[in-house]
Design a protein around this ligand. Sequence first.
Ligand SMILES: [Ca+2]
Length: 166
Amino acid sequence: MKLLLLLSALWVSPIFSQSDWWQTGQFYQIYPRSFKDSNGDGIGDLNGIREKLPHLKDIGMTAAWLSPIYKSPMKDFGYDISDFKAIQPEYGTMADFEALLKRAKELGIKLIMDLVPNHTSDLHEWFQKSVNRVKGYEDFYIWHDGYPDPKNSSNRLPPNNWVSNF
Ligand SMILES: [Ca+2]
C-alpha cells in the first residue's frame, strides 16, 4: 500500500507533469561528412549545414545533433578525436562553426554536439603523453602488457579476447 501511494505521489509530481524541450523536441542527426558540401571538395562541411538549417526549421526540427566535427585523423570517421578543441579542417574553421551556431540561434534550433569523452585518437596529446609514460598522464588510459604468445615467444597477445566489429 505504501508503495502504491508513493508511486501515485510521484506520478502527479511536477517532475512528471512538466516536459523540457529535449523531452518533446524533434531531433535531426547530421553526419557532417555526407550532409552538404558547400565548397565542391566532395566532403560535407559546416557551411553546408548552415545553408540547410532553414530546411530543418521548415520540417519542424527542434534540434540538430552533429556527429563529431573535432580534429581527427579519421581512422574512425571522426570518433577518433585528436583535439577536442579544434574543428576538423575539411569541415571548416572555428569561425564557420560560430557562424553555424549563430544561424541556429536565429532560427531557434538547438545545436547538439556529439561529445566522445570515453576515448581519444592515438594522436591525442593525452594518449601520446600516457603511452610515453609522461609523469601525471600514466593513468589517463588503461594499460596492460598483454600475455606471452605460447606459439611465438617474441609476440605478446592482447590482454583480453574482446573483438571489435564495425
Ligand atoms: Ca566541403
